[in-house]
Design a protein around this ligand. Structure first.
Ligand SMILES: [Zn+2]
Length: 248
């Protein structure tokens, strides 16, 4: 059956003389792999350049095999400013990298699509802090959110000092630290702020005032969590840029 959907181009490469294969993150079908046969010759069907970061509307044929045939593609928004600013490009790159690395093929999640669209729109306006919020909300919506309400081993509410375990992805109480090798102390402020952003809307989360120290701590947690579980690194430069943007 023929379907129509909108989606972002995460990756693309030429295939043969005239065709293109692209990884798309679509609204209704999740991540899909599409082949655009005759992309460079059929200008009527393909009125887009399929640039990375661009949002397009596609007509395609879903099937059992991994690669789906895309018969038409039309540009909706090229988000072209993202490619002209290094910090914006890096922030957008991390958003798209997350969609590519953390989402399985055909794993549909419209909330994640909407979050990505809103985040990319904000990043293109120069609000690179949106990446910070995106990362926390993404982990929550993808069902892999760090546990920040109680000890991830013994489940108890923690009244004393807090520790965060990267490998287990959650807080540890003092008593359980001995059972884990990858824990680091974390302040109650950072833990509370992280948890607030997890549990509230993007608009509400955007209004949270963050102290530089708190922000640094949360970025550290997310950075290590992403590296450990997804092999995605937030480079020092990107994190520096985020800090500067968030403090502006
Ligand atoms: Zn415990």
């Amino acid at each position: 059956m023929i379907e129509k959907d909108i989606g972002f181009i995460l990756k693309r490469f030429n295939y043969g003389e005239t065709s293109v294969i692209a990884i798309i993150y679509s609204k209704r079908f999740g991540k899909i792999k599409g082949i655009f046969k005759g992309f460079y010759t059929r200008k009527k069907e393909f009125s887009t350049t399929l640039d990375i970061f661009s949002l397009n509307e596609f007509v395609f044929y879903p099937k059992e095999s991994e690669i789906w045939l895309v018969s038409e593609a039309e540009l909706i928004d090229g988000f072209s400013r993202l490619g002209k600013d290094l910090e914006m490009a890096k922030a957008a790159g991390i958003v798209f990298n997350m969609l590519d690395k953390a989402m399985e093929l055909w794993d549909q999640n419209q909330y994640i699509f909407d979050l990505a669209l809103r985040s990319i729109t904000l990043i293109e306006k120069g609000k690179t802090k949106a990446l910070f919020l995106f990362l926390i909300k993404f982990l929550t919506l993808a069902g892999i959110k760090p546990e920040l309400n109680h000890c991830i081993i013994c489940q108890s509410l923690i009244s004393g000092p807090l520790f965060f375990s990267t490998s287990r992805g959650g807080l540890l109480c003092r008593g359980c630290c001995g059972k884990d090798q990858s824990y680091k102390p974390v302040s109650r402020e950072a833990s509370k702020t992280f948890s607030y952003i997890q549990n509230n809307s993007l608009a509400a989360a955007g209004r949270v005032a963050l102290s530089p120290r708190c922000q640094e701590e949360i970025l550290n947690i997310i950075g290590k969590f992403l590296e450990y579980h997804f092999n995605i690194s937030l480079t020092g430069q990107t994190r520096g840029g985020l800090k500067a943007a968030a403090l502006a």
